[in-house]
Design a protein around this ligand. Sequence first.
Ligand code: SAH
Length: 456
Amino acid sequence: MQPPVQKNQLITAEITDLTHEGAGVAKIEGYTLFVPDSLPGEKAKIRVVHTKKDYGYGRVEELLEKSPDRVDPPCDIYGRCGGCQLQHLSYEGQLKYKQKQVKDALERIGGLSGVKVLPTLGMEYPWIYRNKAQVPVAARDGELIAGFYQKRSHQIIDMDHCLITDETVDEIIQEVKKIAKETGIPPYDETTHQGVLRHIVVRIGRETGEVMVVLVTKTDDLPHRKTFIRGLTEKYPQIKAIAHNINSKRTNVIFGETTKTIWGRDVIYDRIGSVKFAISARSFYQVNPQQTRVLYEKALEYAELTGQETVIDAYCGIGTISLFLAQKAGKVYGVEVVPEAIEDAKANAELNGLDNAFFEAGKAEDVIPAWHEKGIKADVIVVDPPRKGCDEALLKTIIAMKPKRVVYVSCNPSTLARDLRILEDGGFQTIEVQPVDMFPQTTHVETVVLMSKVKE
Ligand code: SAH
């Protein structure tokens, strides 16, 4: 069957939906045309730029009718920078979009119609929320630049201000850039694999104000080390740690294996609610601390802890959710595949005097079945998997363990829907679904779900 439109054709169409990547969708005689920078409810003259058998792409030539949700994106580099996708949509509109993404995925993929998907919990001020920036360095016309990758490319856009990043972090990134230019340290070149400075990483503990700076180089040596240290610490007393990481490989991964503290401490501290965390250069730590607290409070509410329960926290990272729940639970068992994160989790338990939290390194789908065999019983199981969702072996074990409640924290509505279906078929019922906006101005959707065991 031929697509009803051809390449280069100019058509007039209405936008009816928005994809999980933030592109508008027009339906032409049932054929799907993706149209970036358009919003549902808008009508536009669209140039067809590319067609495939089942779908194609178009570009807006003229906007004929504007959505009432359209706003002027405040950032100068929006559209070129790959960091944000929804700045042209009002924040109200973004929150509704995220709720709909979740609802649609649950219905379409999970066959879960009629479940309660609550309105997205958003931020009062949805800007400067990121506690961390990791900016790649490159050369352009012999000058050092640092910024973000362009959409779908490895070209770097020089960035002198990011509207979603913490202001102190943003400022310190610029200071590192300034010092780097003054010293003449050679920027790393991805194509030739030559040069020195690859990435600048800055992270702040928003509750404590403590800052860590990490300089990633291709070389074993960090030239002008003292100049960096002096320049940064004299101007920013909130910097408590400066580290040097060596990444000599040809790779997109930011960090290499070796990290050395070159000034101050190995960690900075932060708090979520009343729980304190030590964060090292390579620890995974949620990037929006304000909304992390909202998310964890919701997980805690869904867990309905009275102080007696045994809780399992699968995919626990540095133990953030585990320790948050340990304050109100009898016992918490956390499992995580990265051994360093488990070391951090144990240290964090100690730091908070929580002696009812136990951590084991390994895959959730191996460790939890082993706990089950050993006779460990859980009242509540929390899972917070990466984008690919839970391993099926883990879901089978959860079904076999019959906890009273499952609390599912997800960063991907599609795999969430798939996994909820499996748990529903295994005797659980989806009670409530709460999207939480962890990443305003972007298409990322975070969701927390309460499931209950159905009585047999
Ligand atoms: N709950 C934590 C971390 C969530 S991110 C927090 O809120 O901070 C997901 C985590 O799952 C990552 O730390 C990742 O290393 C870990 N992970 C990935 N695959 C895993 C597996 N098969 N078993 C256990 N942990 C895994």
